[in-house]
Design a protein around this ligand. Structure first.
Ligand code: PLP
Length: 417
């Protein structure tokens, strides 16, 4: 097994085989075939450095953080807070207290809806999302709008799977209080023009949340340059553990937001008459957090940074182009989402064949893809389809794996025709 130090020495000359060796799961067999893992948009695999960091925490310094004065508590607190600083640097935030640890993107969006939203959204106000949102960036706003008598407006998606800035401009008005847009679509791969949208939204006085669940691994994120007010993402799509994510928020906005969950850690003083609350970021982190996974998240960020996002992007782009060219030659196959500005995944349907049947037959050959609506049912409805087959690529995938996938797919189609 290759460790992080060795890997750093091998790189920066991009060596996919060296990278693969740092992911233990990639050598396993599935249905007597070597695993070909193309479900990275759902969750990526974890390098040994991340797995080791979790194990090291539990075997060397497991302790609750922030409250203890003993050595283990201090070590755990330092490691936990080091991840906050690493995240701050990773996304270019101005202050480490702007980094709120959550369980993931879903919790981050809900935190904004339940706190900022409850305080700032009133009857007749409008919230704008797009037609390609993940359910986690639809449902919290629907709940809020219903409760407040506000209106949810949706920027339409064109046939290429893009949202138009002109359509967005038409929906924007002085009634718009919040815009919540996905940076990269998990179902199509489309990269949205968020910078332009943020500028336009700010001109109307609206706050902007960017769902960075899919973008944080592929794109260079600079929240200050982007000027978004909130940015939510999950570690598990970034080679990190599940159950840990981040909500970035501009300090002045977070400071003026009501608290989220009540409990330990988020308070300054509690009496039976009332409570006062802790400062940022702790006022949003009630209870014992996910310490082990937060600590290991730092190893994931280091892994991504050591490889370099530009090298990773080039590698994944090559794989997508190589796969797309071959998929396009398969009769009856249609790619959903053909924007020129697209990352790392291919969604497609095959005439007269249900995506799930293809998924099962690919799994029989050790090939993992995702099939279904990808938590984007309104988007599937827009294209008049029940779902797609989605192959999503990561840093460790290879051209040989694309060949296995294409051959496996052809075999599946033959069996189902
Ligand atoms: C675009 C997008 N937004 C939000 C989410 C939700 O992320 P999580 O389940 O990690 O909270 C996902 C997960 O697939 C996603 O792809």
């Amino acid at each position: 097994m290759i460790n992080m130090e060795t890997l750093t020495q091998i790189l920066p000359s991009f060596d996919v085989e060296a990278i693969r060796r740092s992911f233990p799961v990639l050598s396993r067999m599935v249905n007597n075939k070597t695993l070909v893992y193309l479900d990275n948009a759902a969750t990526s695999q974890k390098p040994a450095a991340v797995i080791d960091a979790i194990s090291k925490y539990y075997s060397h310094y497991n302790a609750n953080i922030h409250r203890g004065i003993h050595t283990l508590a201090e070590e755990a607190t330092l490691a936990y807070e080091a991840t906050r600083v690493a995240v701050q640097q990773f996304i270019g935030a101005a202050f480490s207290e702007e980094i709120i640890f959550t369980r993931g993107t879903t919790e981050g969006i809900n935190l904004v809806a339940y706190t900022w939203g409850r305080k700032n959204i009133h009857e007749g106000d409008e919230i704008i999302i797009s037609g390609m949102e993940h359910h986690s960036n639809i449902v919290p706003w629907q709940i809020l709008c219903e409760e407040k008598g506000a209106l949810l407006k949706v920027v339409p998606v064109n046939d290429k799977g893009e949202i138009s800035v002109d359509e967005f401009k038409i929906l924007l008005s002085s009634k718009t209080k919040l815009v919540s847009i996905v940076h990269v679509s998990n179902a199509l791969g489309t990269v949205n023009p968020v910078e332009e949208m943020i500028t336009l939204a700010h001109e109307k006085g609206a706050i902007v949340l960017i769902d960075g669940a899919q973008s944080s691994v592929h794109l260079d994120i600079d929240v200050q340059k982007m000027d978004c007010d909130f940015f939510a993402f999950s570690a598990h799509k970034l080679y990190g553990p599940t159950g840990i994510g981040v909500l970035y928020g501009k300090k002045e906005i977070l400071e003026n937001m009501p608290v989220f969950m009540g409990g330990g850690e988020m308070i300054r003083e509690v009496t039976f008459e009332g409570s006062t609350y802790n400062e940022l970021p702790y006022k949003f982190e009630a209870g014992t957090p996910n310490i082990a996974d937060t600590i290991a998240f730092k190893a994931a960020l280091e892994f991504v940074q050591n490889i370099g996002k530009d090298l990773a992007r080039n590698h994944e782009k090559e794989l997508v182009e190589y796969a797309t060219a071959q998929l396009e030659m398969i009769p009856g196959l249609k790619i959903i989402g053909s924007s020129e500005n697209k990352v790392s995944l291919i969604s497609f349907i095959i005439e007269n064949i249900h995506p799930q049947d293809v998924g099962v037959l690919l799994d029989n050959q050790g090939i993992a893809v995702r099939t279904g609506h990808h938590c984007a049912q309104p988007l599937m409805k827009r294209f008049g389809i029940p779902g797609t087959i989605r192959a999503s690529f990561a840093i460790y995938n290879t051209r040989e794996e694309v060949d296995v996938f294409i051959e496996g797919l052809k075999k599946a189609i033959k069996m189902l025709s």
